[in-house]
Design a protein around this ligand. Sequence first.
Ligand SMILES: Cc1ncc(COP(=O)(O)O)c(C=O)c1O
Length: 358
Amino acid sequence: MRFILLNPGPVSLSEGVRRAATRVDLCHREPEYFELQDRVISGLLDIYSCAPGHWASVLIGGSGTSAMEAMMASLLPQETRLLVLENGVYGERLSRIADIYDIPNQSLKLAWGEAVDLDALGDMLASGEFSHLAAVHHETTTGRLNPVDEIAALCTRHGVQLLLDAVSSFGAESIPFEEPSLLAIAATANKCLHGIPGLAMVLCRREALEQGIKPRSLSLHLPAWAEQQARQSTPFTPSVNAVLGLAQALKELGKQGGWRARRSRYRELAARVADTLKDLRVREWLAAEESSCVLRSYHLPERLSYNELHDGLKQHGFIIYAGQGDLATKLFRISTMGEISNYDMARLEQALRIVIGA
Ligand SMILES: Cc1ncc(COP(=O)(O)O)c(C=O)c1O
């Protein structure tokens, strides 16, 4: 059975990406691979028009968490005084990574899904206690889109450098690359970029790679990856098939109109799902204005457990996603990333009516 994935990555692939990923067998030490690697590295910078003189894009093997970890472990100097903004699972994960790498950190802890209190954040940043802020752009836990423009502007005002987990927003939401405080973002191939899993990336200012930071990890040290990628090499075996898939996915993103067009498409699909659910008296967890274009969360319908809802929709070919932790019994999440046609949407609306309306 063909499933349409409405979980927040991996996503349903286009035929083009699926084919490209297995089109040829490539040795990662041959010029054909390095030409491909160069193309993907510059394609990633092009999405947000990041000038290659100022920004580097570094490809690594692994999942989104590898990108978060590589960013934190490679770019934060020993004397860092880190503040972490937490309002969901992934903010908490940033703190956990900092703890594991013995990076001194404090957090501004909010409830999962709670809006960022910009005054409180501004006061903390103004205290002079912090050199860096780590934050999540789209907190996939609940779908909340954190106000990254305001956060980055506060960081710039207070001379704090910002590390952003953009794993579930890169390629479809606005990211303030022009803001001087933004030092790096972590992302992955298999969410808004519509590539296949196994490949992650960090985009960072070039000077971030030149801080002389002692490696805290062998396989996640970004300056080593970047240095070798710059001279058409690679330190370890890359996920060649994921790179092939991503090259095609980037081509398709460009043809479809880039990240802005993708955001419009996601918004349109999310609104269609929200309208159908509203009709079925399913309440939204967060309002549309507070949610990303990527994913929205909803209260579980009164008469259905998550498993009943999930299994019912799966029978119609749709995979939705549960809430995490304590939210598992309260909400469900629907992401509209990936290759989803208008026909798929019409079928989804019908399936929702059958399963929830029954
Ligand atoms: C915002 C965010 N950060 C990090 C991750 C972790 O990515 P992965 O599961 O690929 O390691 C996710 C996964 O959904 C995410 O949504």
